[in-house]
Write a protein that binds this ligand. Structure first.
Ligand SMILES: [Fe+2]
Ligand SMILES: [Fe+2]
Length: 499
């Protein structure tokens, strides 16, 4: 539907619409809904001009259209969170944990036709030379020889076998930058003398996800890393953000977008915390955890009642570092727990919004390790490529495959960092670089920035691209992505459609 149709609509009812008045309708104006809602609009007895007042009324009505009952009521469901069973962990728990990880990823890999004939490593040693073989296993070691070949050591519960990747196999050699220790992969090749000559390497990966859209014209807004309590908290910009969601800030078009926001997803580091790094006390304007959460509760408590919020913790929140991190502490964050519209989940976790879209939320603490140590990710842009990092995790079907990359809970019943379900959206934070949104196999990857100016610590680490006060918004009807920019030095709010 175009503006032309609108002109026609009024013309048929004997109203003339001037170009100036027409400009007052934002590009995002939903003409279909408007015309539908106004099909009984009274015809004028004589030809008249459409007045400013009438247009004001139309906008009022538009607000009512957005707020008419939705086809689906707004709802946040918790699909997968980690249920903690506090107990002392023993060595056998680590063994059980890795066994469960292997079982989960084996199940995923065995869905691949190429791996239907996969055998255990001990059986591979009984095969004759040159026989084809398919195997699954953990990457136990990865080394490059002087001649440019790679040797992987692949381990399953029955043994360890060497896998040779010849230097002339350009495709496989290129993959070596992506291979990390402790991930589970599939290998297809031929047997040599007690080793396998690899022809193909298969990651668990995700299938192409169904590209969902809904009829309700509602949006989900993503933010992360607010760091309330820090002197570097971007207070003014965050207040612009809150005012924008409350329809008190921005252009009419931007308010129109805000009006459609029914979900707010916050992916950790809500506060700056206390005692997170040496000398932090000098960089705090609120130096206790209760006070930091209280200040945030004032902001979130002032939001429109029709916005539902979901939050997970991050490494700055008052929680243990081991992942999955539990939901925010009911003790420290009690002021947030008093608010009605917030769902508290573990980090990571999976939530479903509007009965349709599954969102994998992960703060991103382990991303530092991978961005600094994995050549493939360094080449992709490191901290400027949180989307490449999330794609990497989806390919591995694991949030943090390498043992040393994060602290974790060695649950012998389940590895909760395996990505069992394929989400529609995968959102992360922690990086504090610019917002990054791309799509991988129809999964929308959303790397948030922060609401914290560049800190001395980030300066010391050489982070030049620290970005704050931007928020991506996805329309669930159209899947259109808009990034709002609340930085004061920009003078105006940027509204940049990036997908
Ligand atoms: Fe952060
Ligand atoms: Fe963080």
């Amino acid at each position: 539907m175009t503006k032309q149709k609108l002109v026609q609509f009024f013309f048929e009812r004997n109203y003339m619409i001037t170009p100036d008045i027409l400009k007052k309708f934002p590009d995002s104006f939903d003409y279909d809904s408007f015309l539908d809602a106004h099909k009984n609009f009274q015809r004028s007895q004589s030809t008249s001009l459409l007045t400013e007042d009438m247009v004001q009324d139309i906008f009022q009505t538009k607000a009512q259209i957005v707020q008419t009952p939705l086809i689906q009521p707004t709802k946040i469901e918790v699909i997968d969170i980690y249920n903690d069973k506090p107990k002392k962990r023993e060595v056998k728990d680590f063994v059980g944990y890795m066994r469960m990880r292997y079982a989960s990823l084996k199940k995923i890999l065995l869905q691949r036709p190429e791996l239907q004939t996969a055998i255990s490593i001990n059986k591979a040693f009984t095969k004759s030379q040159k026989e084809p073989v398919a195997l699954l296993g953990f990457v136990y070691a990865k080394d490059q020889t002087k001649n440019g070949h790679y040797i992987l050591e692949l381990e399953d519960p029955t043994g360890i076998i060497k896998v040779l990747i010849g230097s002339k196999n350009v495709e496989l050699i290129a993959l070596m930058d992506e291979i990390v220790l402790d991930e589970v992969i599939g290998v297809i090749g031929t047997m040599g003398d007690s080793m396998v000559y690899a022809k193909e390497i298969i990651f668990p990966d995700i299938p192409i996800k169904e590209y969902k859209r809904i009829q309700d014209d509602v949006c989900v807004c993503f933010i992360s890393d607010l760091h309330v309590g820090s002197k570097m908290f971007a207070k003014e910009e965050f207040e612009h953000f809150i005012d924008w969601l409350n329809l008190l800030y921005g252009t009419e078009e931007q308010k129109e977008l805000a009006r459609k926001v029914k979900y707010l997803v916050i992916s950790g580091d809500l506060i700056d915390g206390v005692g997170i790094y040496p000398g932090q006390e000098k960089e705090l304007y609120i130096d206790d955890i209760y006070g930091q959460y209280d200040a945030l509760a004032v902001y979130l408590g002032s939001l429109r009642d029709d916005i539902k919020i979901v939050v997970c913790g991050g490494n700055h929140d008052a929680l243990r570092l081991s992942e999955p991190q539990p939901p925010l502490s009911k003790e420290f964050a009690r002021s947030l727990y008093k608010l009605k519209n917030i769902t508290f989940v573990t980090n990571p976790s999976m939530v479903r919004i509007h009965n349709t879209f599954d969102i994998l939320m992960y703060h991103g603490y382990c991303f530092d390790y991978y961005m600094n140590n994995v050549e493939f990710l360094r080449k992709a842009g490191s901290y400027d490529a949180s989307d490449a990092m999330m794609q990497f995790a989806l390919k591995k079907r694991h949030i943090a495959p390498t043992h040393v990359s994060t602290l974790y809970i060695p649950d012998p019943e389940r590895d909760p960092l395996v990505i069992e379900r394929v989400p529609d959206f995968f959102v992360s934070g922690h990086i504090h670089h610019d917002v990054k949104i791309t799509t991988y196999k129809n999964v929308t990857l959303i790397g948030c920035c922060s609401f914290q100016y560049k800190t001395a610590f980030q300066e010391k680490l050489g982070h030049t691209n620290i970005t704050w006060a931007k928020s991506p918004i996805i329309n669930l009807k159209t899947r259109q992505v808009t990034v709002m920019d609340f930085r004061k030095e920009e003078e105006i709010i940027k509204n940049e459609i990036i997908l």
